[in-house]
Design a protein. Structure first.
Length: 542
């Protein structure tokens, strides 16, 4: 008698090529089923698999939003969230305005809270409501090595140095790096030329951020610059792939996922690059401790080395934290500038307005960086119309439509008795709130001088409504204690890049693009479409 193993391997037993390789009993069973029965089994299988996903903590009584029918499997709802999060968040926001509701992503249930809870929760510390845990669960923390950032906040505190006294110096450094690298990324076409502006911007932003992260001359290490762009792509690819899998399948797929192996390779390379910098930093610290008068360059790496525990300072951990800082800074800033350029292509009537502003500031203060007493930060601060344009651009195309996001590290009870269980992911429908007619009049209209007009409406308003300032009505950079610590630096980077682009070039969409290309959505995140290019030519009249 043949063993099942022999039958499995005997080609004579294979009658249907579709079933080749199936054991014979399965083969017989499948041959006897109709297509409808097979489809039914697949559907039931999917429903059962979705039941294997662990339940996420939810606010008691909060309804799950978005089911098309009562028993729609969670997996279907979760997969619709991947491509239609914008519709689901909007319909949930419109329906439940004043009470929490649940949205299901593959790996997490969002407890979307009404705006009235924002201020009550804004100052709750990271130890109770963690922003980092939410961020790093979003980027596959467990599988991408980024989970360590949820255990220690040193990567966040390091970036805070650039929101304080060090900000002007780092903006000056970013500007100098821009001058140095511009010609390598932007050509000077005399006639219209199709140009991959997103690619050029990504590489330039990585260069501008590198003095902040590593200092000179390491910031010009081509390996580091490539890593600063690639790491984010590898992490995001890994996170999005793994999150759609049920928990039991994750270890198997993670083990063979090429993007995940590339993340590990990126970190090994980062270790190689920073090893000599760490040695140098130790040597300088020693000389300083011995009373020598030596300068210690302030960079995020050096700050972390000086302010971390021995455990946090292990080289692979420091390398991962630096890589996380590239993830937080490079693609976000690139997307912001790309969005502004696309908005200007769609509304070209604003280009002369912004150029006029740049011209008048240049006439008054001289070209940027030309006078030592006027640092680039002060100069850029004068670009109020550009600032307002950026705020409006972010209103239409923020990086994320559900924010800020926090994970409850312990149970919390709000003043009105609402109970938030430990482990729940809470968030707000930030973009829908900002686009609510009660908050922004005529929200469908792209009106880039809204903030400018508000600021100049009364002396009390002049220091409000600025890009990078967070408020309950503008959470493009998050909100509260844990809002983006790099936001003022980012706003200045954006202004440096846009000023240069609109001063030197004319740009427009290619003739076959009739309206502004929509940003793409993947879960609650928005991205510029990487296929969008613009036509560019050097300005003749400057
Ligand atoms: C236009 C560019 C940028 C945008 C739109 C942006 C947006 C954000 C948002 C929405 C958050 C979450 C805040 C919250 O949960 O309340 C965040 C966090 C953060 N951002 Fe930014 N950001 C930008 C640029 C930067 C830059 C240039 C840096 C660093 C130099 C940076 C470093 C960080 C860090 C370290 C976090 C915290 C991550 C954590 O929670 O552990 N960002 N950013």
């Amino acid at each position: 008698m043949s063993s099942p193993w022999q039958l499995w391997n005997n080609p004579n037993n294979i009658s249907n090529p579709m079933l080749s390789g199936s054991p014979p009993h399965l083969q017989q069973l499948l041959s006897s089923l109709t297509a409808t029965q097979i489809s039914f089994i697949i559907v039931v299988g999917i429903m059962l698999l979705s039941l294997l996903r662990p339940e996420n903590p939810a606010i008691p009584g909060a309804p799950v939003h978005g089911r098309r029918w009562r028993w729609e499997p969670a997996l279907w709802l979760q997969s619709r969230f991947t491509f239609a999060a914008r519709d689901l968040v909007k319909s949930g926001y419109d329906k439940y305005k004043d009470r929490p509701f649940i949205l299901k992503r593959y790996d997490v249930d969002f407890n979307v809270l009404p705006h009235k809870y924002l201020d009550e929760l804004r100052l709750v510390p990271e130890t109770k409501l963690s922003g980092s845990r939410a961020q790093f669960e979003n980027i596959g923390g467990k599988w991408t090595g980024t989970a360590l950032a949820a255990d220690s906040h040193v990567h966040f505190r390091a970036v805070q140095i650039i929101s304080n006294s060090e900000l002007p110096r780092f903006i000056t450094l970013a500007g100098a790096e821009l001058d140095h690298a511009w010609g390598s990324h932007f050509s000077s076409p005399k006639d219209w030329q199709l140009f991959d502006i997103q690619l050029a911007l990504r590489n330039l932003v990585a260069r501008m951020a590198s003095p902040l992260l590593l200092g000179h001359p390491a910031c010009r290490d081509e390996r580091w610059l490539k890593l600063s762009v690639d790491y984010s792509i590898n992490v995001i690819t890994t996170a999005f792939t793994i999150r759609i899998l049920p928990t039991w399948a994750q270890p198997m797929i993670a083990a063979i996922l090429p993007a995940r192996h590339r993340v590990a390779k990126n970190i090994r390379l980062a270790c190689q690059i920073i090893q000599p910098l760490i040695e140098e930093h130790k040597a300088v610290s020693k000389r300083k401790a011995a009373g020598e008068n030596v300068d210690k360059e302030i960079t995020l790496l050096n700050w972390m080395l000086d302010n971390s525990t021995e455990e946090e300072n292990k080289i692979d951990k420091i390398a991962t934290r630096l890589a996380i800082q590239t993830l937080a800074s490079v693609h976000t800033t690139t997307t912001a500038v790309s969005n502004i350029i696309f908005d200007l292509c769609a509304h070209p009537e604003w280009v002369p307005v912004l150029r006029e502003e740049i011209k008048s500031v240049t006439e008054e203060l001289g070209p940027i960086g030309s006078k030592p007493e006027i640092c680039p930060k002060l100069w850029l601060q004068r670009l109020e119309k550009l600032d307002s344009f950026f705020v409006e651009s972010q209103r239409f195309t923020p990086p994320v439509i559900l924010g800020p996001q926090r994970v409850a590290m312990e149970p919390l009870t709000l003043k009105d008795g609402t109970y938030i269980p430990k482990g729940s992911r809470i968030c707000w429908a930030s973009q829908n709130h900002l686009n609510d007619p009660l908050v922004t009049s005529d929200p469908e209209k792209f009106d880039p001088m809204r903030s400018y007009i508000k600021r100049h409406s009364s002396p009390d308003e002049i220091n409000k409504h600025l890009a990078g300032q967070t408020s309950p009505d503008n959470m493009s950079f998050g909100y509260g204690k844990l809002a983006c610590p790099g936001r003022y630096y980012a706003v200045n980077q954006v202004k440096l890049l846009v000023t240069r682009l609109i001063t030197q070039y004319d740009f427009k969409f290619p003739d076959n693009v009739k309206s502004r290309p929509q940003n793409l959505g993947a879960d609650e995140f928005l991205f510029t479409d990487p296929r969008v290019k613009v036509m560019l030519k050097l300005r003749q009249d400057v």
